[in-house]
Design a protein around this ligand. Structure first.
Ligand code: SAM
Length: 271
């Protein structure tokens, strides 16, 4: 599989838009004094540090598979947060002192498949009474994302990208998560979606910059060379300019829907 390094600088260009949902999720976590908090897919650690600030005595662990993102996380002041390089798909708290009271994950679990298994597994990883708090983008049926597939399907690279073109949307409707979490023993469930009307001052071009550090990465990584990548991005930018016309001041509204799940594991789990 092609190496797809994350770029902390590119990702943090839109830090405000990306952090806001994480903080709104954190505000809904109904815990006063968790002993152990784990942030899965912590990236550069903005949410991890916010958790540390809210619960200064908790043990806080940030887990990510990207060495580049973790390097940036370590550069920021992080007051005793443990940063671990690991794949969420294989992560368990086995090496840690205790099961977490809180698992956070902001904008990361949509990179993993099989939510039928993953979401119940994470809930059951918690201590009884613990909380799972997850935010995932659910914008995959909007032009910012569908146009990536359209460019892929219409170009000379269509064959090489066939599996990505055929892949289903990674995030399901809210009800699917409600069913999974209740079946896995959630005793309280707080689910919501927010459609952020993100205003990007850079206009339609900035949408490609926004997705360029996230959703576009796997596609570009599969192309054979820089010329193909440039052609792919040029076609994508041209289509974005049509789909997202600029406002009179040159900025653009980039609506972005995000799904939030905050579930508490039963204090007396059945297994
Ligand atoms: C969009 S960033 C979000 C980072 C951070 N949670 C935040 O809100 O700023 C997604 C992060 O998930 C990480 N990630 C994606 N798939 C992963 C996996 N299977 N295991 C661990 N981390 C993963 C990436 O390395 C990246 O840092």
């Amino acid at each position: 599989m092609a190496h797809e390094p994350w770029s902390p600088d590119a990702y943090l260009t839109f830090a405000d838009h990306r952090l806001r949902p994480a903080l709104e999720m954190l505000a809904r976590v109904p815990l006063d004094a968790p002993v152990c908090v784990v942030d899965l897919g912590c990236g550069t650690g903005a949410l991890t540090r916010a958790a540390r600030a809210r619960w200064p005595t908790a043990r806080v662990i940030g887990v990510d598979s990207s060495a580049e993102m973790l390097d940036r996380a370590r550069v920021e002041a992080s007051d005793g947060i443990d940063w671990r390089e690991a794949d969420i798909a294989a992560w368990t708290p086995a090496g840690d002192a205790a099961r977490p009271d809180l698992i956070l994950s902001n904008a990361a679990l949509h990179w993993l498949g099989d939510h039928d298994r993953l979401i119940p597994r994470l809930l059951k990883t918690l201590r009884p009474g613990g909380v799972l708090a997850v935010q995932m983008p659910r914008n995959h049926d909007r032009p910012s994302h569908t146009l990536i597939k359209a460019v892929a399907a219409d170009g000379p690279w269509a064959g090489a990208l066939a599996d990505l073109i055929a892949a289903p949307n990674p995030v399901d409707p809210p009800e699917a998560y409600a069913r999974r979490l209740l079946a896995a023993g959630a005793e309280s469930l707080d689910l919501w979606e927010t459609d952020y009307q993100q205003r990007l001052t850079g206009g339609p071009e900035a949408i490609a910059d926004f997705t360029g550090s996230t959703a576009l990465r796997p596609w570009l990584a599969r192309l054979p060379d820089d010329a193909a990548r440039a052609a792919f991005v040029a076609d994508y930018r041209a289509r974005l300019r049509v789909a997202y016309p600029p406002l009179p001041d040159g900025s653009v509204l980039f609506p972005f829907r995000r799904l939030f799940l905050v579930a508490r594991r039963s204090a007396t789990p059945q297994g």
